[in-house]
Design a protein around this ligand. Structure first.
Ligand SMILES: NC(=O)c1ccc[n+]([C@@H]2O[C@H](COP(=O)([O-])OP(=O)(O)OC[C@H]3O[C@@H](n4cnc5c(N)ncnc54)[C@H](OP(=O)(O)O)[C@@H]3O)[C@@H](O)[C@H]2O)c1
Length: 334
């Protein structure tokens, strides 16, 4: 089966009826350069909602009726290209479908390590790479810096915080709920975690970052960004990675009222985009894998079962129900 986009969820929450389930058509012969894949795992990304909305920006346009786009990991069933044979594992734009025909040029061949396959959509995939390039090109961490990460219990935030910790920063994570906060401090080596759902962010950040914030990694935007801008240290770097607080809201949010603190603190605010760094992915993946091998970066994949449940699983991201990288298991490797 496969899922298609049925509506554009602009300015509101995702709904089950934004998607329609379809039976697959009979197989067509492969065209030159194509491979046929069995989908094993699918990545859940907040950006998928933006793709459905055709919100503009960097994503390829979508149409209502298109197969729901998603990055995933597949196993080659049939190949018309050199270098890929049945049984190989690849990552790429598979979409919400049990079986996909994809141009080989869009696929990355993965090592045959089955245990690590989920990691190639998380810490060693787009989430980890976003954290890597954002930290390297915009955050510029120095030992002793205070790094604050919003959305810290998720896929990108958990890796960004750990990269900062490795660079010698004192890392404070902001996340929803005690379980995420415990994971950050007890397992990932964050110095502190603030549960924004039950604690007063303004008071807690004053307590945990008395000298101000040197690096603010923001995945959330909205009120959290505004509150944290009010506590920047001199020369702070604000890295804008995402703004999930606005993804389900109608219209555009009001600008942050504390933005003028950038002037008082001679701070910078930089937007980052993963897709700017494609040429450097292999080297960055190698560095991230080294940190995973040595135990300096810990990863967590939150794997939910079944393509049939895909819409419901994607919605969990927007309810904050994932810890670490949210994935959909479609099938086991053969
Ligand atoms: N710039 C780039 O190239 C790039 C690339 C990848 C991702 N991103 C962005 O990075 C951010 C994190 O993505 P991810 O894949 O790592 O997702 P994620 O953090 O694994 O999952 C989303 C998390 O966001 C939090 N959240 C959801 N709704 C929220 C709200 N209204 N207010 C505050 N927090 C909310 C939830 O955690 P809590 O329980 O803590 O609320 C949820 O678990 C997203 O904004 C995404 O768009 C940017």
């Amino acid at each position: 089966m496969h899922w298609r986009i049925a509506a554009r969820p602009r300015g509101r929450e995702l709904r089950i009826d934004d998607f329609t389930a379809h039976q697959d058509e009979p197989r067509e012969p492969l065209q030159p350069g194509e491979v046929r894949l069995r989908t094993l795992l699918l990545s859940c990304d907040p950006a998928q909602k933006g793709w459905m909305e055709n919100a503009g920006g960097y994503a390829a346009p979508t149409n209502v009726g298109d197969i729901m786009p998603a990055t995933g990991i597949g196993q080659v069933i049939e190949s018309g290209v050199a270098g890929l044979v049945p049984g190989d594992f690849v990552a790429g734009p598979l979409g919400w479908r049990h079986e996909a025909v994809v141009a080989a040029a869009l696929l990355d061949k993965l090592p045959p390590d089955r245990e690590r396959l989920p990691m190639h959509l998380g810490a060693l995939g787009g989430s980890g790479l976003t954290a890597w390039f954002g930290m390297a090109t915009a955050a510029h961490p120095d030992p002793g810096d205070t790094l604050v990460v919003t959305g810290a219990g998720g896929a990108v935030g958990s890796v960004a915080g750990q990269i900062g910790r490795i660079a010698g920063c004192r890392v404070i994570g902001i996340a929803g709920g005690p379980a995420k906060c415990r994971w950050l401090t007890e397992e990932l080596g964050f110095a502190a975690a603030i549960d924004y759902k039950s604690q007063d962010l303004k008071a807690m950040i004053a307590e945990h970052a008395p000298g101000g914030i040197d690096i603010l990694w923001d995945n959330v935007g909205g009120d959290q960004l505004d509150t944290l801008l009010g506590r920047l240290a001199l020369g702070a770097r604000v890295v804008l990675c995402g703004g999930i607080a606005r993804y389900e809201q109608p219209g555009r949010p009001a600008g942050p009222s504390n933005y003028f603190n950038l002037v008082f603190r001679r701070a910078t605010m930089t937007g980052i985009l993963l897709t700017d760094h494609k040429a450097d992915f292999p080297r960055a993946r190698q560095r991230l894998a080294g940190f995973v091998d040595s135990g300096q970066i810990r990863t967590r994949e939150d794997i939910a079962e079944g393509l049939e449940q895909a819409p419901e699983i994607l919605m969990r991201l927007f309810r904050g129900e994932n810890i670490g990288k949210l994935l959909i298991r479609v099938a086991d490797p053969e």
